[in-house]
Design a protein around this ligand. Structure first.
Ligand code: ADP
Ligand code: MG
Length: 728
């Protein structure tokens, strides 16, 4: 065994669970490191408190003098909790979160110092941001970027730093982060949904989009993970033969959580409690060493912040427990990958879940309105929704038989399918009083009972209705959910705006009653959205054929999928809603294409290096042992030696063949990469990386994995799948 592999395994076996002392009840510590409502009441003047609450609820601006009061209160609170620094915390388009810590401490001359944090430091900062991706925005406008406080997401203390959630924008106003377009999309869906709610309840003033994510991840012993250059540099294994035992037995799923992992989870959950992340469930996932964690849902902006923060916290706590967390969507070939289901709904300030069926026919009509409009939005924008979840790593998962396919479809269950079928048959134009009564009592009125026993859930659907929310299941485990949430809320906002226009036109021009008009438009929508509804097995080949017939897109790779982000339709949708202007949309497209290229480029380099510098030399070493053995046999048996060296001779030849294939493919990989690098146009370059560079990975891997089966285990340099996945 190579020394590296030997020491890694030895070290990993020494790692024991850390004892976690939990003597405080979680409900007591919940949110204690968050500058939340209760804390604000304590530390802020009445005026300052009200100002933050209004900004939070109605988006009103915070006065500069009031901001000074707020910062003073925030500083007092933070210092009382042991904080020494503050930072504007934001989500640049790199995917990770960014922070630059400044001390409260300031000198005031004469050897004296104070703790200082004023309104201006709270409200706006200018990070040296030239190295964050901006897709050419800053080159075009020669603008500097700044971060600005987002009062809708509360400040929190992490370690000894006060973190202030902020947006990150260019001086010319273009968004340079994930949060800005998300906030704009949430505002768009709020105002569009409130307008539609007014048909049913005049008292509704605000609609919040909610998000409940479910984070899947792998926990790998850090010593083992660090012994694999591919995991260290790319977050996944680029080679490795499947272990003899995989997940065939399904013995990990929902099984008892291994004690080391459990200690990690408890530690993590305590940290989440302090940070106000309401984690609720934890369990094993399908693959060995794969787990899931999910919070109680929250307002979407806050939930997105919580998820970004959580991923960072998970990394840090893992260090403490000698683990490495893998967020990659497919860290191990042939083993289940990870996703991040995004459960989504809309809720009013009057306490109604707009995707939850109600108790009266009227509230159910409201439910159906939002339900059908969402389906229509997905139907009309399926390609854009697919683009929102595209990444080099998620490509491994979508389309493999474990996660939803790259084809977007909506699952609603049998009962709601029947309801839609009945609604579709409603006569067009004005309804007679009898028809209306019948409809309300027998179709719309029946929904609640019906849904209670609607338990069948189609796990193969990328976008499923699950009783009182939709679940967008195709989102990648590694991605920032802001991307998916921005698109989903935008397309629903646009759809609701169109719906209202159409209903109002019928009421005004055709002299229809409001509910007649609603029934009429919904009926049309059902007819138009048929293509997107699919109740069957999303993994099957049949569905791929059927989807093609229906004209649904099936963009299997990121470069293909991302194009939808800059289609005329998408550009004008985002522009019209004020979510992103053309420059912002195009910049994001460029950044994501660029990122795709970089990821594949790095993987290619790492794979080439491992294959040539680790695998081939090892194979040669083993082959030399075999050659020595054959020579020895020849010495003993003379001309007869072949009888005794048959297997060795075959092995020697096989090894040579694999070495030759690896070397020629690595050369091919390097040449394809060189060629792709000369392409200037980013769309074309990404396609070349996808179609010419990436396929060579499989050939190299195939031969390396074959060698793993042939070469003496003692010599093999890389920690094997069985060791990575099953060492405890
Ligand atoms: P699954 O079977 O998909 O794991 P769970 O019941 O474990 O489903 O998870 C459902 C998730 O949906 C939870 O994280 C929960 O917080 C979230 N959720 C429930 N209601 C809503 C809602 N109205 N809006 C958004 N998310 C919700
Ligand atoms: Mg789920």
């Amino acid at each position: 065994m190579s020394t590296l592999r030997f020491h890694a395994i030895k070290e990993s076996l020494n790692h024991k669970p850390i004892h976690i002392d939990e003597n405080e009840r979680r409900s007591v510590i919940f949110g204690s490191n968050v500058f939340n409502e209760a804390t604000m009441r304590q530390y802020l003047t009445k005026e300052a408190y009200k100002s933050v609450m209004d900004a939070n609820q109605f988006g009103t601006k915070i006065d500069r003098i009031v901001a000074d009061h707020i910062s003073t209160g925030m500083k007092e609170w933070a210092i009382s909790k042991g904080a020494t620094h503050y930072t504007h915390w934001f989500q640049p388009l790199t995917g990770a979160t960014a922070e630059k810590h400044d001390a409260f401490f300031e000198t005031i001359g004469n050897g004296l110092a104070i703790e200082k944090f004023g309104g201006s430091q709270l409200v706006q900062q200018e990070p040296d941001a030239s190295s964050f991706p901006n897709g050419g925005i800053r080159n075009t406008f020669e603008a500097r970027g700044y971060t600005a406080w987002d009062p809708t997401s509360p400040a929190f203390i992490y370690g000894t730093t006060l973190c202030i959630p902020t947006v990150f924008v260019a001086y010319t106003g273009e968004a340079l982060d994930y949060k800005t377009p998300l906030l704009r999309a949430l505002q768009a869906v709020d105002s569009a949904a409130v307008d539609v709610c007014k048909y049913f309840d005049k008292n509704v003033k605000k609609v919040n989009a909610s998000l409940g994510w479910e984070q899947e991840y792998f926990l790998i012993d850090s010593a083992l993970a660090n012994s694999r250059p591919d995991i260290v540099l790319t977050g996944r294994t680029l080679l490795g033969h499947s272990p003899a035992k995989g997940q065939q037995l399904d013995d990990h799923y929902f099984g008892s959580i291994p004690s080391r992992a459990l200690a990690y989870m408890r530690d993590l959950e305590t940290e989440c409690m302090l940070l106000g992340i309401p984690v609720k469930t934890r369990h094993n996932e399908v693959a060995p060493n794969q787990f899931e964690l999910a919070p109680i849902y929250d307002e979407a902006n806050l939930a997105v912040d919580h998820n970004s923060l959580l991923m960072d916290v998970m990394d840090k706590i893992a260090d403490r427990h000698n683990f490495k967390v893998l967020f990659h969507e497919k860290p191990f070939a042939g083993v289940n990958g990870s996703g991040k289901h995004n459960n989504w709904s809309l809720g009013t300030d009057t306490g109604v879940n707009l995707l939850g069926p109600g108790k009266t026919p009227m509230s159910n009509l409201q439910f159906l309105t939002f339900f059908i409009n969402t389906i229509k939005a997905v139907n009309d924008n399926e390609e854009l929704l697919r683009a929102a979840i595209a990444s080099a790593s998620n490509d491994h998962r979508l389309g493999a038989n474990e996660a939803p396919p790259a084809i977007i479809s909506v699952f609603i269950g049998e009962q709601l399918t029947n309801v839609l079928n009945e609604l579709e048959n409603v006569t067009s134009g004005k309804l007679s009083p009898e028809e209306k009564t019948d409809l309300k009592l027998n179709v719309v009125g029946k929904i609640p009972d019906v849904l209670l026993d609607n338990t069948d859930r189609n796990r193969t659907s990328p976008f499923a209705f699950t009783g009182n929310k939709f679940e967008f299941r195709a989102v990648g485990s590694k991605s920032n959910c802001a991307n998916a949430m921005t698109v989903l809320n935008s397309i629903v906002a646009k759809q609701l705006i169109d719906f209202k226009k159409e209903v109002d036109t019928l009421v005004e021009k055709k002299d229809m009653k409001k509910d007649d008009a609603i029934f009429n438009i919904l009926r049309e929508y059902i007819k138009k959205s048929k293509n997107i509804l699919f109740e069957g097995n999303g993994y099957g080949d049949e569905w791929h054929k059927e989807a093609k017939k229906r004209g649904l897109s099936n963009n299997k790779t990121t470069p293909e999928a991302l194009k939808a982000k800059v289609s005329k339709k998408a550009l004008s949708l985002f522009e019209e809603l004020g979510v992103m202007n053309k420059v912002e949309s195009e910049a994001r497209y460029e950044i994501e294409m660029e990122e795709y290229v970089l990821r594949i480029q790095i993987e290619g380099r790492v794979l080439g290096d491992i294959a040539r510098n680790h695998i081939v030399p090892t194979a040669v070493k083993y082959q030399n042992i075999l050659i020595k053995n054959v020579k020895g046999l020849k010495e003993i048996y003379g001309a007869d030696f072949k009888k005794y060296a048959k297997e060795q001779l075959i092995l020697i030849q096989e090894i040579s063949e694999h070495i030759e294939s690896i070397n020629s493919n690595v050369t091919k990989l390097i040449n394809e990469r060189k060629k792709a690098n000369t392409v200037d146009d980013i769309s074309k370059k990404a396609l070349d990386y996808c179609n010419k560079v990436k396929p060579v990975f499989d050939d190299i891997r195939y031969h390396c994995d074959k060698l793993e089966l042939l070469v003496d285990d003692e010599l093999w340099p890389l920690t094997k799948y069985r060791e990575l996945l099953f060492t405890r």
